[in-house]
Design a protein around this ligand. Structure first.
Ligand code: CMP
Length: 132
C-alpha cells in the first residue's frame, strides 16, 4: 500500500527535511520515489482543487508556492492511515505529542507536512507528482 507525503516550504526552509525523512523511515515507511521542486501557482491550485472556494485557499496556495517542497512516495502496510497518525492533526496545536506537526508545525496553514487522507486521494496525488 502506498501514500503521498509532502514536506512543505516552512519545514524545508528551516532545514528539517532530512530529520523528518529519517523519522518517516524509522516508522517503517519505504521511500519508493522522491523529488524536490517548487510548485507553480497553477500546480498548487490543481493539487488543492478540492479546497477551492474555502476561506483558507488563497493563503494555502501562496504558502505552498513560497519555496521548495520535498515530495515522497511511500510504501508500508496500512500506509495512509498510519502516516496520518504519525503526522498528527491538521492544526499543530491540536496534534498529539511526538507527531511531526506537533514538533515542526507552527500554524494550521504552516503545518510542516501533508499526507494523503484516503487510498483514492493517495492514488491521485502519487499520479500528480510521479506519473506525468
Ligand atoms: P494539508 O494536509 O496539506 O491539506 C490542506 C491544507 O490546508 C492543510 O494541510 C493546511 O495546510 C491548510 N489548512 C487547512 N485548514 C486551514 C485553515 N483553517 N486555515 C489555513 N490553512 C488551512
Amino acid at each position: 500500500m502506498e501514500t503521498l507525503f509532502i514536506i512543505k516550504p516552512d519545514a524545508v526552509g528551516k532545514g528539517v527535511a532530512a530529520l523528518i525523512t529519517k523519522r518517516i523511515q524509522e516508522k517503517g515507511f519505504r521511500i519508493i520515489d522522491s523529488k524536490t521542486l517548487k510548485l507553480s501557482e497553477q500546480e498548487a491550485g490543481e493539487f488543492y482543487s478540492i479546497h477551492k472556494g474555502k476561506p483558507f485557499y488563497d493563503e494555502l496556495v501562496d504558502f505552498m508556492t513560497s519555496g521548495e517542497i520535498v515530495v515522497l512516495r511511500l510504501e508500508r502496510e496500512d500506509a495512509v492511515r498510519y502516516l496520518r497518525e504519525v503526522v498528527g492533526a491538521t492544526n499543530p496545536s491540536n496534534a498529539n505529542p511526538g507527531t511531526i506537526r506537533k514538533d515542526f508545525g507552527t500554524s494550521v496553514c504552516t503545518n510542516a507536512v501533508h499526507a494523503s487522507d484516503s487510498d483514492e486521494n493517495a492514488k491521485r496525488e502519487i499520479a500528480f507528482f510521479f506519473k506525468k
